[in-house]
Design a protein around this ligand. Structure first.
Ligand code: SAM
Ligand code: SF4
Ligand code: FES
Length: 355
């Protein structure tokens, strides 16, 4: 007799518009049903975004943060962390090395650090866009409309701002002083300004339910996003969530697989967090719907200080000379190809000057 899961998966026309009840069933699948889910997602990925894997080189340019998120090692009350800021020239040099090694997208990420004003960031983006034929992605957290507009006008193409969890109470509990509504408004604002946006969530947060995980995927669907990152929550010893159980590999992969089926053209990374809890994490994600990998090209002397969570991979290796060849090896061994284009979202970009 066919299982409920195989029945859901046997209707390819319905997969983009799954009801919440069916999403929950898929997220709870085990054994053969779960394997069927992964292979279905892999097929959807191949049909809609092909075999190419896009590389996004990430530069973590400051670990200062004014926020106090319960899950994150960069939170302002973590006084055990040695803080750093890269200079503008160091950031430009790291980007140059990454682009020289073949990267077409540079991601600039940091804690929420007001030291880097929007003017400074806009000038930095302008220099990167002048010097290289690349896409620039920003990931610097909550800023004003004016700040986002300055970054966009300077040439930034994309913005990563995870919604973290679609449960409004849990969101405010874990991110003191902020609301899920506020975050969704920011994502909509970024879209209005012409950014390709990338929300996403953590899997396995304390107090999170399967029901709210299904809501995470439905929110991505509602926002019709170009990119989305789904990674496991990994508890950090110097945060209020020390001692909590972290997210699991299987549930993270199931979230990725269902999201891929519901948003077939969206770019989904095989996250560093997943690879940090499972040495085969990236390979498994690439077989369950992922089509992006984000090599860390932050200079090694800073990498270990960007400790969002413990046991992060690739902190001892130089990005351009060690991680990049390692990652391209993983991609090729997975039977996939390394993309040579910018890897923009499927929707047209509104700025004419964007590559
Ligand atoms: N400060 C910016 C922001 O919050 O959007 C960007 C940097 S923040 C470190 C990037 C992402 O790290 C967050 O969106 C969150 O999902 C993830 N993160 C933070 N702490 C984590 C943890 N303990 N386990 C897994 N992911 C975590
Ligand atoms: Fe700061 Fe982002 Fe970490 Fe929150 S998740 S503490 S905003 S770096
Ligand atoms: Fe960084 Fe393998 S990807 S060393």
């Amino acid at each position: 007799m066919a299982s409920a899961v195989s029945e859901i998966l046997s209707n390819p026309d319905g997969l983009e518009n799954l009801e919440k009840e069916d999403i929950c069933r898929l997220l709870l699948s085990e054994g053969g049903d779960r394997d069927l889910l992964f292979s279905c997602a892999d097929r959807t990925r191949e049909l809609h975004v092909g075999n190419d894997v896009h590389l996004r080189g990430i530069i973590e340019f400051s670990n200062h943060c004014v926020k106090n998120c319960f899950y994150c090692g960069l939170r302002r009350e973590n006084d055990k962390l040695e803080r750093y800021r890269m200079t503008i020239d160091e950031i430009i040099d790291a980007a140059r090395e990454g682009v020289g090694a073949g990267l077409k997208t540079i991601v600039l990420q940091s804690g929420e650090d007001p030291f880097f004003t929007a003017d400074m960031l806009a000038r930095l983006i302008g220099r990167l866009k002048d010097e290289h034929d690349i896409a620039v992605t920003m990931s610097v957290g909550d800023r004003s409309r004016e700040d986002y507009a300055l970054m966009r006008d300077a040439g930034a193409d994309r913005y990563l701002l995870k919604h973290e969890t679609a449960d409004p109470e849990l969101f405010s509990r874990l991110r003191p002083g902020t609301t899920l509504d506020g975050r969704i408004r920011r994502l909509e604002l970024l879209k209005e300004l012409g950014f390709q946006v990338g929300p996403g969530s953590m899997v396995g947060l304390p107090w999170q339910t399967v029901d709210s995980l299904a809501d995470d995927i439905l929110l991505l669907k509602r926002l019709d996003v170009e990119m989305a990152g789904m990674g496991p929550f990994i508890p950090h010893a110097h945060t209020p969530l020390a001692g909590c159980t972290g997210g699991g590999v299987e549930m993270t992969l199931k979230m990725l697989a269902v999201a891929r089926m519901m948003l077939p053209f969206t770019h989904f990374p095989a996250t560093t967090a997943l690879a940090s809890i499972d040495p085969e994490g990236r390979q498994r994600a690439l077989k369950s719907g992922a089509n992006v990998v984000m090599p860390n090209i932050t200079p090694v002397r800073y990498k270990k200080l960007y400790e969002i969570y413990p046991n992060k991979i690739c902190i001892a290796e130089e990005g351009a000379t060690e991680c990049l060849p390692c990652i391209t090896g993983i991609i090729r061994q997975s039977g996939r190809t390394v993309a040579t284009d910018y890897g923009h979202g499927k929707k047209p970009v509104s700025r004419e000057s964007s590559p």
